[in-house]
Design a protein around this ligand. Sequence first.
Ligand SMILES: Cc1cc2nc3c(=O)[nH]c(=O)nc-3n(C[C@H](O)[C@H](O)[C@H](O)COP(=O)(O)OP(=O)(O)OC[C@H]3O[C@@H](n4cnc5c(N)ncnc54)[C@H](O)[C@@H]3O)c2cc1C
Length: 401
Amino acid sequence: MYDVVIVGGGIVGLASAYKISHQHPDLKVLVLEKEETLAAHQTGRNSGVIHSGIYYKPGTYKAKNCVEGRRELVAFAKTHHIPHDICGKVIVATDAKELPVMDKIFNNGIQNGVEGIEKIDAAKITELEPACRGIAGLWVPCTGIIDYVATSEKLAELIQSRPQNQVMNGYEVLDFVKEGDLTHVITSKGNFKTRYLICCAGLQSDRIAKKDGMEPGMKVVGFRGDYYELSEQGMSKVKNLIYPVPNPEFPFLGVHFTRMIQGGVECGPNAVFVFKREGYGKTDFSFTDTWDALSYLGTWKLFYKHWRFGLDEYRRAFSKRLFLSRLQRLIPELRMEDIEPGRAGVRAMALDPHGDMIDDFKIVKSGNAIHILNAPSPAATAALAIGKAVEEMAREQFFLS
Ligand SMILES: Cc1cc2nc3c(=O)[nH]c(=O)nc-3n(C[C@H](O)[C@H](O)[C@H](O)COP(=O)(O)OP(=O)(O)OC[C@H]3O[C@@H](n4cnc5c(N)ncnc54)[C@H](O)[C@@H]3O)c2cc1C
């Protein structure tokens, strides 16, 4: 019997459990993760960037939680000796058509309270990143890199520092059965009773919400992001983080160069529709996931609206030459031998029935449960702020003292 069961051992579930156990030390909290390790999906397969908050529309949950979450994450990393580096990044415009979008991003950054951002010229871009070429750019000094898996493991350790709490890996939540005010959580390895439920299931968030009797009003579709790694000789061409000006029609930041905290430099990710939500190989397929996505009208509306983008991303996923030509927009001297195939991650993209991608974080209350339905990038950066929002919601919804 637990007070709060949290489904999902990614960074959002763990940060929510951490905030609740910290604010309510008498509650008995259990985190259930289906994989044998924490952070096995989006959290452990992302770019490892601490985002500044510059991109997001002022007033959105993303804007607020990214800036607050970043500050708290950096303080947390310092306190708990988690590998990180506030190395700054450049956002580079390579075409005059991108300048209005770049200006908009700069203004968003100012309104969102992002510290130290500057407009820079072509000479300053090459001073910061000697191999990079652009016509103008933004310098964002408070962006950084971090180990999100180590952050997640530290959160789990702190949650379990109170002896009544547990984080259990290898427990897949299969169903929920309500009994009065309680919920029975049915898992692959046994059942647990809880007074309150908080679901942070990432790529499975819509399915878990349905199992709890909720109609989420959206569907998760997966978009795989493939990365290349810079080879030994390519590595000298990037110092820190180099990003393009993103296409404002999509919630993706564009293929970028990222120095990783564990060493090495990655470039990616692209954004390819997947036929398996947790499929990281280029040809992975799941009948259930494919049927689920293709029987949803929203998916077809998305395809109809963005078929050209989808096709281009697909071609790039199978062609190193096309991937390289995208990277050469930022670093013209990059060569085929400078990049080697790397890992992949899948983003959970929440689609509404009209085929529109839900851009902002979406957290919904329902009876004795809270469902985090949509926590896309920068939710890793923002996790501690999201956790705080979930704790405040839980206090109100569950009448916690
Ligand atoms: C390619 C890529 C690059 C990104 N880059 C960045 C970045 O640089 N910076 C940034 O801030 N954000 C980035 N993001 C976004 C960020 O990684 C995610 O927003 C964040 O990790 C979401 O965390 P989560 O806990 O909600 O999801 P997840 O990390 O996916 O965790 C959900 C967990 O729930 C578990 N689960 C699901 N179903 C069940 C079940 N039935 N029973 C038990 N457990 C279950 C899963 O196994 C999983 O561990 C990126 C994402 C991707 C995919």
